[in-house]
Design a protein around this ligand. Structure first.
Ligand SMILES: Cc1cc2nc3c(=O)[nH]c(=O)nc-3n(C[C@H](O)[C@H](O)[C@H](O)COP(=O)(O)O)c2cc1C
Length: 248
């Protein structure tokens, strides 16, 4: 008899699918994952964190290279240092990317951007865990793969981080995939976490219990395009037909 979702199963193997995670609704984790920027300081238990890390590293990896490393920051002082780097980078990001108020000079715009970063990200200072996904080159790609091989390594890290973020959401933990904020302060991040020169940081995320998960569409996507407009039937440029499942 097929087990139902209402009756969580013990770890078993069914057909060719290992069902250790069978009680987790993947769609709920995908839809419930949101960029969380508001955290409590509640600690993340060791076993919960280890599980997330193991699920992250179960991601697909191009050429089987496993050209990845995860730097896990739990030391509170170091975590706060990471937070300051991200908040400073966030302030720079907002100054660069957001329009300035009418009549605002450089100083006023920078002050606004700093205030915005503080307003959005202040709780990063007490987030219990940060995880930085990095590419660590583990093989020489042949010349024919000189471009694509390293790109595969970056993608593999991104897949691993998505695994981690979904696994986190499934147990009520928040994350926020972060790139631009630390990239604008990359040397400081590298120095703080002792990242070797040949290792490439890719995605950083806080991991912690949120004050709440955001609801509704993310502000940047509120006027976003309907999903069908991103889908091409059979060949690029062939719009998605209305006949497809409307409930998807
Ligand atoms: C590649 C990538 C880079 C991102 N970089 C940042 C970042 O530097 N800072 C940040 O606060 N959010 C960052 N985000 C989060 C996005 O802002 C967020 O995913 C988007 O607004 C959609 O919201 P949602 O994740 O809640 O669905 C990044 C997301 C992706 C996919």
């Amino acid at each position: 008899m097929q087990p139902t979702r209402s009756a969580p199963r013990a770890a078993t193997v069914s057909g060719d699918i290992a069902t250790e995670e069978a009680n987790v609704d993947v769609a709920a984790a995908i839809r419930g994952r949101r960029a969380v920027r508001d955290y409590t300081d509640r600690p993340v238990p060791d076993d919960v964190l280890d599980r997330l890390l193991r699920l992250a590293l179960a991601a697909p990896t191009g050429s089987g290279a496993q050209a990845w490393d995860l730097v896990v920051v739990r030391d509170p002082d170091l975590g706060r240092r990471v937070a300051e780097i991200v908040i400073d980078g966030g302030a720079r990001y907002f100054a660069i990317n957001r329009p300035r108020a009418e009549g605002a000079d450089d100083e006023a715009h920078a002050a606004w951007a700093r205030g915005n970063a503080e307003r959005l990200l202040a709780t990063y200072r007490h987030v219990p865990v940060w995880v930085l996904g990095c590419v660590t080159p583990r093989r020489e790609y042949p010349p024919e793969m000189a471009q694509t091989g390293p790109l595969d390594d970056v993608m593999s890290v991104a897949f691993a981080m998505e695994n981690l973020m979904l696994a986190a959401r499934a147990v009520g933990l928040g994350t926020c995939p972060t790139t631009a904020f630390w990239q604008l302060e990359e040397q400081r991040l590298r120095a703080a976490l002792e990242i070797p020169d040949d290792v490439r940081p890719v995605v950083l995320t806080p991991v912690g219990y949120p004050t709440r998960f955001p609801e509704g569409r993310p502000p940047a996507l509120r006027n976003g395009r309907p999903w069908r407009t991103f889908v091409h039937d059979d060949a690029y440029g062939h719009g998605r037909g209305e006949a497809a499942d409307p409930a998807a």
